[in-house]
Design a protein around this ligand. Sequence first.
Ligand code: AMP
Length: 285
Amino acid sequence: MLLHKIEEVRKHVKNWKKQGLSIGLVPTMGALHAGHLSLIKKAVEKCDKVVVSVFVNPIQFCPGEDLDKYPRTLEADNKLCEEANADIVFAPSPSEMYGEGQMHTNDFLTYVIPPFFYTNKLCGKSRVGHFDGVCTVVNKLFNIVQPDFAFFGQKDAQQLIIIKKMVKDLNIPIEIIPCPIVRENSGLALSSRNKYLSEEDKTYALALSKILNNIKSCYKKGITDVNALKETAYAFLNEHHELEYLEFMNENDLEAVTTATDNTRVFIACKVGGVRLIDNLLLGE
Ligand code: AMP
């Protein structure tokens, strides 16, 4: 069932709560692919009722990013969700979520701001304010849907760690369920933004997963010095790659490490053909 209004969703949620049913939420920006579907599948398995939100959240885009050209495929998304047995697709307009004219300024909107220590690195460094927008919209979705469980992909590992921190710090009574990264056979992590890649760029995009896998096999062979592990990446990069970061962080608190352990997550962001791609991998997995 496709709903656009907050009040309509609330009506169903109230009804479900009255019946004692458990609710799962899968927040997305749409243009759904097999990665999103893996989250929806997990939610349907675990919960009595499942809400998938499809909302390209304007306040998490920085000036000059792809807000206007972000792929919007609501009809197909709704069909996929129906086939996956989700109960509600919630696709609000920006004004339904934020009111007319309020959303691009925190002079008029209450924001949820995650800690600087978690946001001044990795994607937060180039996307200033991005995680403020993410935490604000996720909070709003939590309040609208009041789920027992919310499903997030490891694809956006920094986001997942920040959401978990927010839930803990604000005592939000929702269990966050992390879901593994879904990849093409080639190794490329699925992303709605892969639609922007030409066939040629797609082959260059394989460098991200190749770099991560190579680092992992070097680590398994006993190399733990982060600088030495970083050095191994350059063999996979050429003039088609614009590396933004390759960082080694503690999986739980995003503290940078100089010696890799099983708890180290390796994060990479790289532009290919002007498209910004991210990927990550836990060394101990
Ligand atoms: P997005 O629509 O890009 O905001 O993503 C919505 C949710 O799907 C987020 O929790 C993402 O981490 C997750 N997701 C996106 N791509 C993948 C993937 N390839 N594998 C697993 N989860 C994913």
